[in-house]
Design a binder for this molecule. Sequence first.
Ligand code: SF4
Length: 285
Amino acid sequence: MKIKLREIKANKIKDKVKELFLRANYHIDQDLMLRLEEALREEASPIGKTVLKMIIENNKIASKEEVPICQDTGLAVVFVEVGQEVHLVGGDFTEAINQGVKEAYQEGYLRKSVVDDPVFERKNTKTNTPAIIYTDVVPGDKIKFTVMPKGFGSENMSALAILKPSDGPEEIVNFIVETVRKAGPNPCPPTIVGVGIGGTADKAMVIAKKAIARKIGEHNKNEKYAAIEKEALEKTNSLGIGPAGLGGKTTALAVNINYLPTHIAGIPVAINVCCHAARHAEGIL
Ligand code: SF4
């Protein structure tokens, strides 16, 4: 059987990535805005309320005036689902994505935060590239992009534990809550806590990062994992860290778990924290 491939020009990828990074840096999703407003109604701490009001106001101004939500416009993370019936023409896939990032950050006056050599020279690449790109090949003839400008105040609070199979949900909840407690004000709370359970150490961190992009209010479809999310969120919010770390009960807005099958000998648990400037955008070609 002959399969007809759908041609997609590299230039279209570049334009889509550019559009999505500009959108993500200026506009916070409605689900997050609604959750912030709900948190404002429920927050008991006066200083916590003030911080939440400022965050909401900041997000509204950024969206109205199309200016960045935060000065840290992030490392450019791109999740791509490429349909196996797509034929890319007119250029290189990775280059097209990086060119889209470069144009978005240059034309949108977004801060360029990437250094070429992480230890010695630390010279700014001045383009905010290379992007961090994760590609999955899926059925179909479309390409889906999820872009995430990832701030490093929160990225720096990532943590990984390889738990024993006998540790179970209790130790997972403890690890999540302890990670948030140690992070304190550093990840710019209230945060979204992405948790990846299973796979390998590296894969667990990737699915933890992907969990950050889940719509607020959606829970893991497996009710046992949804129960871990709920318990971890409640315990996290009883730490008292609060908005901006100034006290209150809104330390996290969500705990989102993704999980995968893993080896009989362990349970990798990765945590990827995202600040209140939880920026992401999706688009399909
Ligand atoms: S962690 Fe988030 S809110 Fe804090 S400075 Fe970085 S991008 Fe901005």
